[in-house]
Design a protein around this ligand. Structure first.
Ligand code: SAM
Ligand code: SF4
Length: 347
């Protein structure tokens, strides 16, 4: 194996540079959101099947050597695993890792906000799809809005102020709350991103309602434009899949509010894709919508030395990058394009 392999930057066949890794820590979740998981859950992997913190850290060290700078911990609900702050601290200590972020439903944040902040967590994406407690429960099937809001407050208080709210907009479920969510996020001084519901998994709201479930980015822009003066916020372009808009007008602070729209379904942004994904069991995926995975756990648990493992991991990363498709292929008429649900992939 050539020694350069382990330091070469990650650029795919379409000249996209990968510098971001999303890691699912678990498929399990204390919620069962209607767009993400079946009501009864899925057959989850057993604990010994999940990568432990040492294995994740060794894998991430190789990604970092190849140019990955940003890590997002997601799931499932990452905080249902014990000691996530310990993992955050380990990842923050790695050379090359500049940003460690968490995506969470917030339910366990009242307990973990402080240790996460102490461990050096850089930012939080928090999912809130409704401001009506009853509806919040209907969407999440198990969630409690009040507790999630407490989690957001605790995170801010602990010093993690880089917070974004994610809201998946589902027609007939919460699409009447678009404006309220904008006002709420502005009042909390956090950035809101609306996400088009995606046809991922087999037994979710998409499977039941088909593409009608999806409120398109275009519809969302039209809605926002009716309520507020709206202009593209290009200062934020390029940092991820969201396209950002600056809104000015009634009910918002005098300097306005920034809102992002993630239009994975109707306005594909694959040409700017900068990421790979690792599942909780060590499956390396080149795309959310492509079930093909390369098994990194097999390498991490092999009897080889850590140095030899690092070379094999690096080659596996190259292979995944080589397989990365030009764009996703959401078949909008199908029930769901992937076998795995979003919680199992790491949304
Ligand atoms: N449990 C955490 C949470 O809910 O934030 C992290 C995992 S969750 C899978 C990550 C993100 O994926 C959440 O913002 C969630 O709303 C989003 N998501 C899940 N299923 C989705 C779907 N079918 N379409 C679009 N977004 C989805
Ligand atoms: Fe759990 Fe997040 Fe999926 Fe909701 S979106 S079921 S909180 S993993």
């Amino acid at each position: 194996m050539d020694s350069q392999n382990i330091t070469r930057r990650l650029v795919d066949r379409f000249d996209r540079e990968v510098n971001y890794l999303r890691i699912s820590l678990t498929e399990r979740c204390n919620f069962r959101c209607v767009y993400c998981m079946p009501a009864q859950g899925d057959p989850f992997s057993s604990n010994p099947e999940l990568l432990d913190w040492d294995e994740i850290t060794r894998a991430v060290a190789v990604f970092a050597a190849r140019g990955v700078k940003k890590i997002r911990l997601t799931g499932g609900e990452p905080l249902v695993r014990a000691d996530v702050p310990e993992l955050v601290a380990k990842l923050k200590a790695l050379d090359g890792i500049e940003h460690v972020a968490l995506t969470s439903n917030g339910f366990l944040l009242p307990r973990y906000a402080e240790p996460l902040a102490e461990a050096g967590l850089d930012s939080l994406n928090l999912s809130i799809d409704s401001l009506d407690p009853k509806r919040f429960r209907e969407i999440t099937r198990h969630g409690t809005l009040e507790r999630v809001l407490e989690g957001m407050a605790a995170t801010k208080k602990a010093g993690v102020t880089n917070i974004k709210l994610n809201a998946v907009v589902v027609r007939g479920l919460n699409d009447d709350e678009v404006e309220d969510l904008v006002r709420f996020a502005a009042s909390q001084d956090v950035i809101l991103r609306f996400i088009e519901v995606m046809p991922i998994g087999q037994d979710t709201v998409w499977g039941k309602n088909g593409r009608d479930a999806c409120v398109s980015a275009r519809e969302l822009r039209e809605r926002l434009g009716k309520s507020w003066d709206m202009s593209a916020d290009r200062t934020r372009y390029g940092a991820g899949p969201a396209r950002y808009w600056r809104l000015l007008g009634e009910g918002l602070p005098s300097d306005g509010a920034t809102v992002g729209i993630i239009s994975a379904v109707t306005e594909c942004f694959c040409e700017n894709c900068n990421r790979l994904r690792m599942t909780a069991t060590g499956g390396l995926r080149a795309c959310l919508a492509d079930d093909h995975e390369i098994d990194l756990r097999e390498i991490l648990r092999s009897p080889l030395s850590h140095a030899d493992q690092a070379h094999l991991l690096s080659s596996a990363i190259d292979k995944s990058l080589g397989d990365k498709k030009e764009r996703h292929s959401f078949d909008l008429e199908a029930g769901g394009v992937t076998f795995k649900s979003m919680n199992a992939i790491g949304g």
